[in-house]
Design a protein around this ligand. Structure first.
Ligand SMILES: [Zn+2]
Length: 242
């Protein structure tokens, strides 16, 4: 199960109630981790089923109070008997509304946050340093500055995904939240896990390079080359199979 893999204590990706996962169903609903439950021990009863449109429509509002958010999330639930869905339900609904995204994973990976919470923020991730991160995490990550978790964060992500689409004509695979964590957008649980693990490795590699004079960023022409190579396309397709 994806949640257990992301919540494995040995991986340092999420502890306690940190992080969440979601998956799109075929009937306009999606399943998401309930608020406060742990990824590492997630059970079926810790999942909540939510109507995608009901959550997406709320993002039309400029602001929502905490009580409005609470009421709206309960109203969006398919079964009110389920536990209360995660406060990041808005963020997940937004990601799952994008073409080709059916699974989403969000974690506070230690190595990634050591960079995202530093004075440099997401800056070191804005250029690539090795080919596999391009293959797995895409040509460039989407990045949002710190925002209040929940509705405020979803509004910031909404704007960034629009900018990303305008720039790259694509949906990002990796979304970096400064001073917070990462979000992986995939077509399968395997792809989400791959993106999280590769971002973790990328972060640890970056930290090593800063100890040895700083990263040697790949030229953008090489990044585009890897991103569009046929053999890498084949490898990418094989990597996302469950
Ligand atoms: Zn979080």
């Amino acid at each position: 199960m994806l949640a257990h893999q992301l919540g494995d204590p040995a991986r340092d990706l999420a502890i306690l109630g940190e992080g969440n996962v979601s998956a799109l169903a075929s009937d306009g609903t999606f399943w998401i981790k309930a608020s406060g439950s742990s990824l590492g021990t997630l059970a079926e009863t810790d999942l909540s089923c939510v109507r995608l449109n009901a959550v997406s429509d709320l993002l039309e509002h400029d602001t929502l109070s905490e009580t409005e958010v609470e009421a709206a999330l309960v109203a969006a639930q398919v079964n009110p008997e389920h536990k209360k869905p995660s406060v990041e339900t808005f963020l997940h609904a937004l990601c799952l509304s994008h073409e080709g995204v059916t699974w989403v994973g969000h974690t506070h990976a230690l190595a990634v946050n050591q960079i995202l919470c530093s004075a440099l923020g997401a800056e070191p991730f804005k250029r690539h340093i090795f080919p596999d991160a391009i293959v797995v995490c895409g040509r460039a990550p989407a990045v949002v500055p710190y925002a209040d978790p929940g509705f405020g964060l979803a509004k910031a992500v909404h704007a960034e995904l629009a900018r990303y689409r305008e720039t790259y004509r694509a949906t990002p695979k990796l979304l970096l939240l400064e001073s917070h964590g990462l979000v992986a957008l995939g077509r399968s649980p395997r792809e989400v896990l791959n993106i999280v693990l590769m971002t973790d490795k990328w972060a640890r590699t970056l930290q090593g390079t800063y100890a040895l004079g700083g990263p040697r960023f790949l030229p953008e022409s090489e990044v585009v080359r890897i991103d569009t190579r046929l053999d890498e396309h084949y490898r990418r397709e094989r990597l996302v199979k469950t």
